[in-house]
Design a protein around this ligand. Structure first.
Ligand code: IYR
Length: 244
């Protein structure tokens, strides 16, 4: 028996809308239930193995893989479909060296001159991060994800972007997943403050750095903190009736 679908009181798109803006039928692939369960388990197992290494190999990574990860990340949903992201990629030794030097200088102030307070430093103690950021020079690629705070059109006019942090955050998540899926590692690195990246990478004033990704193969046998993830019952709440 086929499932009887609900009839919407307010269909979408309404005819007037469709007469003014183009629409197309969603390209949705449905899988049989057992295949859904298999795919869910396979993706969960894949993502469970994702970690953020702090030592990268300097083995080269083809540009096509980085481009694919960026195209995949740019499928993210965004506020009003503004796609307020720019992925700035470099494999230039000169650029990576300059980024490392500037990041280490900012981090030196954070760690050694107490720009990060004691509570913050205590929270980081089990990870053991410090101001040394060699991976920024050694990883074959650095991609810096910029948020486009507002749109600047070719004629110089500006337009607002919406939900920029949410949109860029989702794109970052998809980017990390795409890299992991293709067998590459990355570390979400946020040297603070990051304004030097705007200058160094020659970005316009409507863009602000959001997160930096050194990308490559992990150094063989690299160690990561022996962390467990919160179990489902600590990250999921099921609600069966209104609370008030
Ligand atoms: N930006 C610094 C500090 C840092 C902060 C957090 I929160 C981390 O999870 C890791 C590091 C650094 O990159 O060292």
């Amino acid at each position: 028996m086929t499932h009887a679908e609900p009839v919407y009181e307010h269909p979408y798109p309404p005819a007037e809308l469709e007469s003014e803006h183009p629409f197309r039928v969603l390209d949705f692939v449905e899988y049989p239930p057992d295949e859904m369960a298999e795919r869910a388990a396979a993706f969960e197992a894949l993502m469970t193995r994702r970690r953020s290494p702090r030592l990268f190999s300097d083995r080269p990574v083809p540009r096509e893989l980085i481009e694919s990860a960026i195209r995949t990340a740019a499928t993210a949903p965004s506020g009003a479909h503004k796609q307020p992201w720019r992925f700035v990629a470099t494999k230039s030794a000169e650029v990576k060296t300059a980024i490392r030097a500037a990041a280490e200088e900012e981090e030196r102030v954070n760690y050694l001159e107490s720009r990060m307070n004691d509570e913050w430093q205590e929270a980081l103690a089990p990870i053991g991060t410090d101001h040394h950021k060699e991976f920024l020079e050694l990883a074959p690629w650095i991609v810096v994800l910029f948020e486009e705070r507002f749109e600047r059109r070719p004629d110089g006019e500006t337009r607002k972007n919406y939900y920029v942090k949410e949109s860029v955050g989702i794109a970052a998540g998809i980017f990390i997943s795409a890299l992991h899926n293709m067998g590459l590692a990355t570390l979400t690195h946020t040297p603070s403050p990051m304004a030097f990246l705007t200058r160094m990478l020659g970005r316009p004033d409507n863009e602000r750095p959001f997160v930096m990704f050194p990308i490559g193969y992990p150094l063989p046998d690299v160690k990561v903190p022996d962390f467990d993830r919160k179990p489902l019952d600590e990250v999921m709440v099921m609600v069966d009736e209104p609370a008030d």
